[in-house]
Design a protein around this ligand. Sequence first.
Ligand SMILES: Nc1nc2c([nH]c(=O)n2[C@@H]2O[C@H](COP(=O)(O)OP(=O)(O)OP(=O)(O)O)[C@@H](O)[C@H]2O)c(=O)[nH]1
Ligand SMILES: [Mg+2]
Length: 315
Amino acid sequence: MVKRRVHVAAAAIISADGREVLIARRPSNVDHGGLWEFPGGKLAPYETGLGGLKRELHEELGVEIRRAQPLIRIHHEYPDKHILLDVWQVHEFSGEPFGREGQAVRWVPMKDLVNYPFPAANLPILRAVMLPTEYLISGEEEDDGQFDQRLEHALVEDGVRLVQLRAKQLDDAAYLARAESALARCRQYGARLLLNGEPELLESVDADGIHLTSERLMQLERRPIAEGKWLAASTHDREQLVQAGRLGCDFVTLSPLRTTPSHPDVPPVGWHDFQELVERAAMPVFALGGMTRFDANHARAVGAQGVASIRDFWK
Ligand SMILES: Nc1nc2c([nH]c(=O)n2[C@@H]2O[C@H](COP(=O)(O)OP(=O)(O)OP(=O)(O)O)[C@@H](O)[C@H]2O)c(=O)[nH]1
Ligand SMILES: [Mg+2]
């Protein structure tokens, strides 16, 4: 049987305060009936993603999109069809959304999304909705005082909300001590902290997750931490992206986008190949390697979650 290919546009509509997202319940008599979804629907052959989405949101919710940005594209195999979900984050709209087709519609705090049953294809979308566009990787060289200052600056001045503690030069005890203090500071500002290293680190410090090196990623056979924690990994090619999908990584970095002073001999991936790799990835992907926050819009336009950077957020 040749599977049908279905191209669907869907919207993660974000509340004005940025804390809630709008979801709708699919009527019981349709495909995936009774499950929750991001409003949207099938594109007509002549429609673009955003054009079709505008029509769908008008039909289903009675709202007009004012400002939207690509969030994530997911290819998923259902038993009867191959589906491409082209998901947009809608930041501004006019009209008061209501279920024009009789469907239940609800604003839900981001952290509660995991309590709603969605179709199988939606897991990466939930992750993408919950993640920011910037991922700060901490710098290495500083003493504790300098480190605190820089982290504070990134959290307060740059509004960073996702941090990876990377400090290869510290021994285990010093790393854990720094992790404790970084965690306290991140909590203070509602930011998440991932530890770069072995999954067992979470037994000592109750951080939000682990970031695996690509080498460690390739050695593991199953997801090493519970679903409640974030699992991230560094990747550089298709094989590593596939392995990250197999392990159920919640998101990854893909690098180096550009040549960087820290890795002058590693050939860059470049935007063209990056876009191709990201299109088939099963989770949100941050572009890494010579990125600044000014690259975030372009990164989003080619399918990334956003940018990861050491230097740009670490001053
Ligand atoms: N809108 C939407 N569809 C999703 C999501 N996740 C997911 O797997 N799908 C699947 O994508 C397809 C979307 O079709 P739809 O039923 O919304 O299409 P539509 O609004 O054009 O309705 P119609 O075909 O009855 O006119 C369905 O098979 C649905 O189960 C999601 O989050 N939002
Ligand atoms: Mg629909």
